[in-house]
Design a protein around this ligand. Structure first.
Ligand SMILES: [Zn+2]
Length: 338
């Protein structure tokens, strides 16, 4: 089974209590990077387990648990975009296609047989959709159709970071279960246990989601690139936007833009309130930089970043995209630097 993170213990207990009267569809929602998927997987394994403990944990010993751990359980289907599934590298190279970020209608149609068969072990069958917001219009409608005609002992679990992007008709057919973002102390205590040095820094940069923070801390290439980006934008007067774009041209556009978004969020926040969220160690610098730019220009730039982020999933040329957003960043400061 997966780890039950310390900040999710209470949510786990509440989820366990729902076993007595399970709905046909459960919607597990909360911020990204706090362990919702792992919790949903543990819950499913426990539901299928032949001898769960009294705390609702899967036994880890029975046939069902073994199948589950090997990803071969006949009564369970995990549906997620190809981009999240562990794909065979060669298959990807041969097809020459980038794995999709959407859950397709074919993936949902493939479930039809599974949904109509009876359970192999006589218990529940579970379909876990993650993240549910990656269903496109067609796949969402196909799921809706199945939800409208519930089958006995067939449980849908939808895990989502963005419930507002789901069809209202789907939402209304799910029992909603919220997982809260942990408080700062329990998140940073866990990260420390994981051997992360400077847990507060990573936690803040990850929007207080501990798993996301661990991911940032472990991503060495990403953190080198992040440092290049941050050390450059901290000195806009000396900034060479084109050189920076060249240095970062192999970085993931989404991560670069996200980092810039956080930096600009802090610039705006420092200007308006004197407080920052993501880069607490740079508070003084952020205050000083933000005093040199107009709030309106900063707002304009933030909306530019938002557009860039939408395009970043399919960038035609990342280097060009970077050049344009770095030049625009530099431009924000020009009037005061001139
Ligand atoms: Zn078991």
């Amino acid at each position: 089974m997966k780890e039950i993170y310390p900040w999710n213990l209470e949510a786990w207990r509440n989820l366990h209590e729902m076993r007595a009267h399970l709905p046909n569809a459960l919607l597990i929602k909360g911020a990204s990077g706090i362990g919702k998927l792992d919790m949903a997987l543990n819950f499913t394994q426990s539901l299928l387990c032949e001898a769960p403990t009294k705390d609702g944990l899967p036994c880890g010993e029975c046939n069902s648990c073994h199948w589950f751990d090997l990803d071969t359980h006949p009564d369970f289907r995990l549906v997620q975009p190809d981009s999240l599934a562990v794909l065979d590298d060669n298959a990807e190279k041969e097809s020459g296609k980038k794995p999709s970020r959407e859950i397709s209608v074919d993936q949902i149609r493939d479930l039809a047989n599974f949904a109509n068969l009876s359970s192999h072990l006589g218990g529940y069958r579970v379909i876990l959709i993650h993240p549910a917001e990656s269903m496109n219009k067609n796949s969402a409608n196909a799921v809706l159709k199945t939800l409208e005609e519930p089958t006995e002992k067939l449980l849908f679990i939808l895990v989502t970071h963005k419930p507002q992007q789901l069809l209202p008709t789907i939402l209304s057919r799910c029992l909603s279960f919220t997982v809260n973002t942990p408080n700062f102390d329990s998140g940073s205590a866990w990260l420390k246990q994981q051997g992360v040095t400077d847990p507060e820094l990573f936690l803040a940069q990850a929007g207080f989601a501990p798993l996301q923070a661990r991911h940032l801390a472990e991503d060495e290439v990403g953190s080198v690139e992040r440092n290049i980006l941050l050390s450059t934008i901290q000195r806009p007067a000396q900034m060479d936007a084109l050189l920076l774009a060249e240095k970062l041209q192999r970085s993931a556009p989404v991560l670069v833009i996200q980092c810039l978004q956080q930096w600009c969020y802090d610039l705006a926040s420092a200007k308006l309130t004197g407080q920052v969220r993501y880069f607490p160690a740079q508070t003084d610098l952020l205050k000083q930089l933000s005093s040199n730019i107009s709030y309106l220009r900063l707002l304009g730039y933030q909306s530019e970043l938002l557009t860039a982020k939408r395009e970043a999933f399919h960038p035609l040329n990342p280097k060009l995209q970077f050049e344009s957003i770095f030049l625009a960043y530099r431009q924000m400061f020009t009037s005061s630097l001139a």
